[in-house]
Design a binder for this molecule. Sequence first.
Ligand SMILES: [Zn+2]
Length: 228
Amino acid sequence: MRCVLCRYGETKPGTGTVTLERGSTTLVFKGVPASVCTNCDERYYDEEVTAHLLALAAEAVQAGVHVDVREYRAEQTLERATARQLSNGLREVPAMLQLVDTVEEVLSNIWTYQTAVRLCPTVVFPSQVRDWYYVPGVGVGPSRFIGYKEMTCEKYEYHKKRNVKARGKTKPKPGEYIDGGETERHIHQKGWFRKLTLGEPSYKQAYDLAKKLAGTGVRNGAKFYIRK
Ligand SMILES: [Zn+2]
């Protein structure tokens, strides 16, 4: 493609170094696949790689990593990383829930959800999801999982239990429990997604992904949205 920055060079496949900072965590990934401008050396990373990096970074934050320099490996799946984390027994109490600010955070959460479904079958029920959000190349996810910052299995489980415990007693405050209505309104207000109609090729893609995740089938009347 033509470089957007210098508007002169063409890009060629190559690699780059990406530094991500979140709170007190600094992560450096080397050897990240990129399209590199032959004129100005600007690097472009595709959506899938970006989502993967963000998800790996979210995990590192959860695991309490401060500084880490690593070689990027596309095959370093979240499954393995998350499984390791679970076996280490995360003791950290997840922070209050905060709604996402950027669509990149949503992408990262959708990526996490693809694994979370398999690792935490008791807390995420794909067969009951009414509204699915689809990002081609990344996956599908429900608003109540993807609408809060840096969602993980542990965080979801913790805040969902809190909700169940509080039922019939004093209502927990927003940010203390998983509220699908709140995340749905938020995502729609942001305008990142549009509704898919039956018959669109993307509708079928999203439906098939959801069905694969749910195993038992997609809920009747489920709706699908795609990233604009
Ligand atoms: Zn350039």
